[in-house]
Design a protein around this ligand. Structure first.
Ligand code: SF4
Length: 80
């Protein structure tokens, strides 16, 4: 199964405690006022990634000492 992502980053140290794997999804139809992630709104932007690829990223981050994960958007609920 594929999902559309805007980007990933590790280590992310600003969106929660410790070092986290950050995953930003691509595509959001909510258009919240004041959204700071407007570059993630376009549903055809970003890149596609297999869920298995994201799981491999997670395992690699854990191996490098990840304390947790952070997901943002884009709207993760828009993904399958
Ligand atoms: S990316 Fe987040 S803040 Fe921005 S419009 Fe979508 S749900 Fe709202």
């Amino acid at each position: 199964m594929e999902v559309r992502i805007s980007g990933t980053h590790f280590p992310l140290e600003t969106l929660g405690p410790g070092q986290r794997l950050g995953i930003w999804f691509q595509g959001c139809a909510l258009a919240c006022p004041g959204c700071m992630s407007r570059h993630t709104w376009a549903p055809e932007g970003g890149t596609t990634e297999e869920v298995s690829g994201l799981l491999r990223m997670w395992e690699e981050a854990l191996g490098r000492g990840a304390d947790g994960g952070a997901r943002g958007g884009g709207g993760p609920p828009h993904q399958p």
